[in-house]
Design a protein around this ligand. Structure first.
Ligand SMILES: [Zn+2]
Ligand SMILES: [Zn+2]
Length: 197
């Protein structure tokens, strides 16, 4: 008897279904559904709420944290010039981190139930629903959790008075990245590309 292929029911919450696709997950996740209507991820309203983020939440939530963090290094006696260097270095660390995560983790090939499920939550959902307006920026709850290892990484590389400014810079790099990424998918340029002279 031939095993019947599992088919994802798009009208039901998706997250706990995609794992069952097994090896077929890779092909499924790379066939995008181009609709601004987002699918439901979870049965539970609480978890569902955490997966949806309005784009302005990113700046509203994280900019104050950045300012506070950077000002902490200022209060510990660093000059403006030093702070600017630290912030720039933090942005660089973020950039390298994003590149590595995207290259080695976000596009990892999975086929097991939990592997597929985790990949879908982390990045697969973006390939499947690339213009889902509420799932384009990273959910703040997840960012908050990831801030801890990021802080520890920077702490390991720096001194107590430089860590906060580096962290603020890294977070600033993240916000610039996420806002640009959102614009690339959803932006409506208001002016034409200037003609070649
Ligand atoms: Zn990707
Ligand atoms: Zn994208």
């Amino acid at each position: 008897m031939v095993a019947q292929e599992f088919i994802v029911d798009l009208d039901k919450p998706l997250v706990f279904q995609v794992g069952r696709l097994g090896e077929a997950y890779q092909e499924w996740v790379h066939q995008p559904i181009v609709s601004k209507e987002g699918p439901r991820f979870f049965e539970s309203d609480f978890w569902e709420f955490l997966t949806r983020t309005v784009r302005w939440a990113i700046t509203v939530i994280w900019l104050p944290v950045e300012c506070w963090s950077i000002s902490m290094s200022t209060r510990m006696g660093h000059s403006l010039h030093e702070i600017a260097l630290m912030v720039a270095f933090g942005i660089l660390v973020w950039t390298l981190l994003e590149y590595s995560l995207h290259r080695f983790l976000f596009h990892i090939r999975t086929k097991g139930y939990w592997g597929n499920t985790m990949h879908y939550l982390l990045h697969g959902c973006h390939h499947k629903h690339p213009v889902d307006g509420l799932r384009l920026v990273f959910p703040p709850a997840a960012t908050a959790v990831l801030c801890l290892p990021f802080w520890n990484l920077l702490k390991f590389m720096s001194t107590p008075s430089t860590t906060p400014a580096l962290f603020g810079g890294g977070l600033l790099g993240y916000v610039m990245y996420d806002v640009t990424h959102y614009y690339l998918h959803h932006g409506q340029p208001t002016s034409e590309v200037p003609p070649k002279s």
